[in-house]
Design a protein around this ligand. Structure first.
Ligand code: NBY
Length: 812
């Protein structure tokens, strides 16, 4: 059985039949409390209970994990290896419990001890091993691969410090280190026996025409495994994260014996730094030796592990593509091509051309960006210093690639301007290259890789992103999930197209009311948390209008806050008009070195300070920016939103996945024709989507027009009034010049076309308000959004990867 397996069967078997009784679960939990945690119920703190509970849930994950692993070996199945520098997992307890069918029993047993599950669960730190969309996508895909019964491993780094924590001081972003491992991580199994040396630096020697690499230093990669259970508990895969361990010879015993204790551990400290901290940029800074070393560390350990596992059951390395598919999540692990070629040639005596062919058949590359500053390039000098053998292999690949282009006068090169282009390298060493939405894939073919595309027609494929409905609907929005189950029955969780059965209910007043109540509950859950955690009180009766995502100029949080100012000014001019009360919610982190993004954060907070304290408007407009947005905050915030802001400059957001989570939870979208917005709008219907803004093509034309920013400003009195208020220090009375730089950009360059799109955005926001004043209409639209979002399940995405890229069958 395979692609056509019906995931609906899963739930029935596990959730109902093999789930423990409350008594069994209680006993298992108390056992862990006593023997794993070492506490009695009388002494146990919330932390102790969470540990006991997590270990109990993990135990139930181990059985499907063992059986899936055993079956994969016994049936000699092809495996997928998803290589990613980021896995933005968030919390695991409730997620795993839901997939194992244990959630209700767990809540009930805790209640018997007078404990609230929410309170216990709130203590779990987010595993924030990622920056944003790319890392969260990897986490959704892991969960979907397990649900679909796709034999797979996720490979990543076990960063000691995940994405920094954010707080605000006087409106400014301050970063502090994140420390998720400070208390025990109950989910992973340490595997000291699975350790691989990864070499760095050193020299090449010629030996009978072959290159011999003698690395200068070696660092051990040591494995930590977390079982990832699919929905229904029928299958489980492994997330294997590598931690850097200094190999024994790195500790300088001579220095230690000579009494220089600090110097003795210097090389050791350097080695450990490889898995110390996640790079906090969602675009590369470039040229950082540690980053390149981290990328190689992940890649080499993973590829060695993959070959070891393959060779344990096979001996013909040329058959590797029949049993192994490796997916590179962007170019960060793109050294996998040269590394696999190196291992085949240098360690297993495969000839070079065969090695290249084998590697290419195994590898796939997902592109997540067109932004030039985010396309990785490593200087040849750095490559030679850190990875001399790989550079040599890349030079050969470059020569071959030029030859492939025949007489082309200006051939595309893997190495140009003394830099290795990791995108071009990833393309040439992959049999499939995919973009993450239809529009993005089109741009990848036409703008980024036109030459590659002509040389290898059919290599580029589109696989539109998806999100897992288990975490992003069932877990995050229990009231809506319950309403859906009551209405169409269970099973939609693993067959999301079934949401379509909700369509007729858009016309049912009772259902619309019930939907309204579920939205209210989600709002109360969010505002309750916001009040408890941040002391922010929000009105329940308002349009919740949210933009949460990394801070980036192309995402145009600036457009949103400028419109908010315009809206405030309008209310002040006519406070008695029939305004729809709005709460403007912002969330997201800026890269620590991204000055403009941090300035925009400060502007949002400055505006919030003024607007929220204006007695004339505060019942009609609020601006809130809860700090430290991440997966766990998203789980509370997204279900509470009425309006989803997806307002990037067209052509710049590769896909977006937050857009999918909001629409799935019944928020309406105000958005541009960018990334997956295009497909969301096609699916939910143009009449159920607030569209505005220039198209990708028009963006190109507008940018080419001299003085477009000034012209757009001259055409908008509204926007000029906004900019004037900022310039006058309305929001920064203590520093009138704070936003000079930002205003200068608005008048004179405006690369992201904030001014050009402002008036149309204003028009669309007007439509939003009109529509919201007609609750019946709004709810009908929201319900149709939910009913038509089935396509955006990550199960669908994974099914497409399995058939179009990995050529692997479901084991279920
Ligand atoms: O990947 C995001 C895209 O912006 C978004 O449109 C898409 O939905 C999502 C999933 O396909 N890209 C993204 O999140 N990128 C990064 O986080 C990232 C991280 C590190 C680096 C570059 C990009 N880096 O070079 O270090």
């Amino acid at each position: 059985m395979s692609q056509s397996f019906d995931a609906r069967q899963l739930r029935e078997t596990t959730a109902a039949e093999s789930a423990p009784t409350p008594a069994q679960f209680r006993q298992a939990m108390l056992r862990h409390l006593q023997y794993t945690v070492g506490k009695s119920p009388q002494q146990a703190s919330l932390f102790d209970w969470r540990m006991a509970l997590s270990h109990t849930v993990r135990d139930y994950a181990v059985d499907p994990w063992f059986s899936a692993t055993r079956r994969t070996w016994d049936e000699d199945r092809k495996r997928v290896y998803y290589l990613s520098m980021e896995f933005l997992i968030g919390r695991l307890l409730e997620d795993q419990a839901i997939n194992l069918g244990l959630r209700d029993v767990m809540v009930q047993v805790l209640a018997e001890f007078g404990l609230s599950f929410d309170e216990v669960a709130e203590g779990e730190p987010d595993a924030a091993l990622g920056n944003g969309g790319l890392g969260r996508l990897a986490a959704c895909y892991l969960e979907s691969m397990a649900t679909m019964g796709c034999p797979a491993y996720g490979y990543g780094l076990r960063y000691e410090h995940g994405l920094f924590r954010q707080h605000f001081e006087n409106g400014r972003q301050i970063e502090t280190p994140e420390n998720w491992l400070a208390t025990d991580n109950p989910w992973d199994f340490t595997r000291p026996e699975a350790a691989y040396p990864v070499g760095f630096g050193g020299e090449l020697h010629d030996h009978d025409g072959a290159s011999i690499w003698s690395p200068r230093s070696k660092v051990l990669a040591s494995a930590h495994d977390t079982p990832v259970v699919g929905y229904g508990g029928q299958w489980a895969n492994t997330l294997r994260l590598w931690a850097a361990m200094p190999s024994a010879d790195l500790f300088n015993l001579d220095r230690f014996n000579a009494g220089d204790f600090a110097a003795a551990s210097e090389p050791e400290a350097l080695a450990r730094s490889l898995s110390r901290v996640l790079y906090p940029n969602d675009t590369t800074e470039g040229g950082k030796e540690l980053r390149l070393s981290q990328e190689y560390f992940l890649t080499s350990a993973s590829v060695q592990d993959i070959l070891r596992r393959y060779l344990a059951a096979h001996d013909d390395l040329l058959k590797l593509p029949e049993f192994v598919a490796i997916q590179m999540n962007d170019t960060h692990p793109a050294i996998a091509g040269p590394e696999l070629i190196r291992l085949l040639v240098d360690e297993h005596a495969v000839d070079f051309d065969t090695a290249v062919e084998t590697a290419t058949s195994v590898l796939g590359y997902t592109n997540h960006t067109l932004l030039p500053e985010a396309l990785e390039r490593w200087s040849v000098g750095l490559m030679r210093k850190v990875l001399p053998r790989h550079l040599q292999i890349i030079e050969t690949l470059d020569t071959q690639f030029i030859a492939l282009q025949g007489q082309a006068p200006n051939p595309v090169r893997l190495i140009s301007n003394d830099q290795v282009s990791m995108g071009d390298l990833a393309f040439t060493t992959s049999h499939k290259v995919n973009g993450v939405s239809a529009l993005h894939t089109e741009l990848v073919s036409q703008e980024l890789f036109p030459v590659h595309n002509e040389l290898h027609p059919g290599r580029i494929v589109n696989i539109t992103n998806g999100v897992t409905p288990r975490r992003w609907l069932k877990l995050a929005n229990p009231s809506l999930a319950a309403l859906i189950t009551d209405t169409i029955g269970a099973g939609w969780e693993s067959d999301l197209e079934r949401l379509r059965e909700l369509e007729p209910y858009a016309e049912d007043p009772a259902f619309r009311d019930a939907f309204g109540r579920s939205k209210r509950q989600a709002k109360e859950h969010f505002t309750g948390w916001l009040a408890a955690e941040h002391g922010i009180e929000l009105p329940a009766e308002a349009l919740y209008d949210a933009q949460v995502k990394r801070l980036h100029e192309y995402k145009r949080q600036l457009l949103n806050i400028l419109w908010t100012i315009a809206h405030w000014q309008r209310i002040k001019r006519d406070p008695q008009a029939n305004w729809v009360p709005r709460v403007k919610i912002f969330g997201g982190k800026a890269a620590p070195s991204y000055h403009m993004a941090k300035l925009i954060i400060q502007l949002i907070n400055d505006v919030a300070e003024v607007v929220n304290n204006d007695p004339e408007t505060r019942h009609l407009l609020r601006v809130v920016y809860p700090p430290n947005y991440g997966v766990s905050m998203a789980e509370k915030l997204i279900p509470a939103a009425d309006l989803s802001e997806q307002i990037s400059t067209a052509g710049m957001e590769a896909s977006g996945t937050g857009n999918m989570k909001f629409a799935l939870n019944g928020a309406l979208t105000i958005g541009t024709l960018d990334g997956a917005n295009v497909e969301i709008r096609e699916h939910v219907g143009a009449e159920n989507f607030f569209l505005f803004g220039l198209t990708t093509e028009q963006v190109g034309e507008r940018r080419a027009q001299q003085g477009h920013s000034r012209a757009a400003l001259e055409a908008s009195q509204t926007l000029r009034d906004v900019l004037q208020a900022i310039a006058e220090g309305t929001f920064s009375p203590e520093d009138h010049h704070r936003y000079d730089g930002l205003l200068e950009t608005m008048w004179n360059s405006d690369w992201f076309l904030v001014a050009s799109d402002f008036e149309d955005y204003d028009r669309a926001q007007g439509e939003v308000a009109d529509c919201y004043s007609d609750p019946e209409k709004w709810q009908r639209m929201a319900i149709l959004n939910i009913a038509r979002m089935g396509y955006f399940s990550s199960d669908r995405s994974i099914r497409e990867y399995m058939s179009q890229i990995w050529d692997v069958e479901s084991a279920l």
